[in-house]
Design a protein around this ligand. Structure first.
Ligand SMILES: [Zn+2]
Length: 497
């Protein structure tokens, strides 16, 4: 039986594309799918008491999808705001999602803007078992999001995870078995001027149309008796009463308006809740169908309350030499399990030059991401895996200097060059430069941190000078060669390989 159902779902998905293009305005691409499990459950649904619910902790894997070259990732800031809001939307159900493992990155332009076939392939390859897999892309088959019943995963558009957008909560509702409140009408345009039929058909499945009097609520529409009838399968705006402007007539001719507060409707501006019966079904779905998703033998950490950034390296205003990647470090924030780290040229952080995600209180910064001889601002957003709601710390600063260019103006010998450069281990390196006057100086080899490793005297003649420098015993790596002469210093990088 399971196999037949799977094939049927494939058929449903196959027919979905045109439906989405025609009627959905790109909101939700989840097929009009109701699981066998939910059909069975609704014959004997649980009754819940919202005040008596134990929190179910549900692991989630977040996949951030970019183009082939890694461009286009959702900003971590927006992602965490959306994750915060998702959990706020599910608090009423006492379901709390938490981020399991690291945030994963996938670079694939065919997934970044995908059709259902590529999306299905992406999920089949990258899904992590026993977690709610969420793929954040640019265009999930032209929708804001969808739940794939065949792959059991969510695809979400990064453009639909902004403030007040309920897309993630809506699709997570699908994941936990909920159909649309207008289930059955997915491909049917409601028309007030025609008599409402007693049944609607979507892709060869005929559903009874739900009546206002509740007489068929347990098997018509979405099968939940505490969600009133709703026939509106296109996006609509709520009126001041939180209902549809469109008046509908049930098959008996009784008029009603749709309830826009329900997250599983297609209302756009007043969704906020799941009904008791929907909550009962989502919790039962986790407990009955997805026991591997529940990790209740753990105590989540208290929400992070401090957002204080105490820099360890660089210290406030400290200068960092821009020769190689360096590690930003800060004092761990109590309760924080993850951090977002932003680096910006401006104190408002309106634009960032780099943004990092880390599960420790340090992060390697790619020197190549930052231009030298500039002041940078950095800040952290401490988070725990259960709560994305913490804000950012205040900004701190560091200077990034490039010793070679910053001292160029003080060069005291001219035309300094080293060859060969790169040099081999134990190879001698020739120095060549011109000096305006005669004198005594020093030539040194330094580590990038500025430690002198080798030093020898240097006699300067007026005009062209040539000298030889030994690299004996220097391990492979990048070094600085410094000439101290005529009251100043010249630097060049030397690579030993
Ligand atoms: Zn939907």
């Amino acid at each position: 039986m399971k196999k037949i159902v799977t094939l049927l779902i494939f058929a449903l998905l196959g027919g979905l594309g045109s439906r989405v293009l025609n009627a959905q305005s790109g909101f939700c691409g989840t097929p009009a799918y109701k699981s066998e499990w939910l059909e069975r459950y609704q014959q004997n649904p649980r009754v819940i008491n919202r005040t008596m619910l134990d929190t179910l902790y549900v692991p989630m894997t977040i996949h951030i999808v970019g183009k082939d070259d890694g461009a286009g990732y959702i900003s971590l800031n927006r992602l965490m705001d959306a994750f915060c809001q998702l959990n706020q939307n599910f608090e009423q159900a006492a379901i709390q999602f938490y981020i399991k493992g690291n945030i994963r990155y996938i670079n694939n332009s065919n997934y970044y803007e995908h059709d259902y076939s590529s999306g299905s392939q992406m999920m089949a390859i990258h899904d992590v078992a026993n977690t709610v897999n969420c793929y954040i892309v640019d265009s999930p088959a032209g929708n804001c999001g969808y739940y794939s019943p065949t792959q059991d995963a969510l695809a979400l558009s990064k453009g639909c995870l902004g403030p007040g957008d309920l897309t993630w909560a809506h699709e997570a509702g699908h994941y936990l078995s909920l159909p649309h409140t207008f289930f059955g009408w997915e491909d049917t345009q409601y028309n007030y001027n025609s008599n409402t039929p007693y049944a609607v058909t979507w892709s060869n499945i005929t559903r009874p149309v739900e009546k206002v009097n509740g007489s068929n609520c347990s098997f018509a529409g979405d099968g939940f008796c505490d969600t009133p009838p709703d026939y509106l399968s296109g996006l609509w705006n709520c009126n001041n009463a939180g209902q549809s402007g469109q008046i509908q007539k049930d098959p008996d001719g009784v008029e009603f308006r749709s309830d826009g507060s329900l997250i599983m409707s297609y209302a756009t501006n007043c969704q906020e809740r799941f009904s008791d019966d929907q909550i009962g079904a989502m919790r039962a779905n986790l407990e009955d169908e997805r026991p591997g998703h529940i990790y209740n033998n753990q105590t989540p950490p208290a929400p992070v309350t401090s957002t204080t950034l105490t820099p360890v390296f660089p210290a406030e205003g400290e200068a960092v030499q821009n020769y190689e990647d360096f590690e930003l470090q800060w004092e761990a924030v109590p309760g924080a399990q993850m951090y977002i780290v932003d680096i910006s040229r401006i104190s408002s952080f309106a634009f960032t030059v780099a943004s990092y995600f880390t599960t420790s209180n340090s992060i390697m910064v790619n020197a190549g991401d930052l231009a030298p001889d500039k002041t940078y601002y950095w800040r952290i957003r401490p988070l725990n895996r259960y709560n994305g709601c913490t804000g950012y710390s205040d900004g701190h600063t560091f200077e990034l200097t490039d010793l070679v260019s910053s001292t160029a103006a003080r060069e005291t010998v001219q035309g300094l060059r080293l060859f060969p450069n790169p040099a081999k281990e134990n190879q001698e390196v020739a120095l060549e430069f011109t000096s305006e006057k005669q004198g005594n100086g020093t030539v040194s080899i330094l580590s990038l941190a500025g430690q002198i490793l080798h030093s020898q005297p240097l006699a300067l003649a007026t005009g062209l000078n040539r000298s030889v420098l030994s690299t004996g015993n220097l391990p492979k790596g990048m070094y600085l060669v410094r000439i101290d002469a005529n009251g100043g210093a010249n630097y060049r990088k030397l690579l030993v390989q």
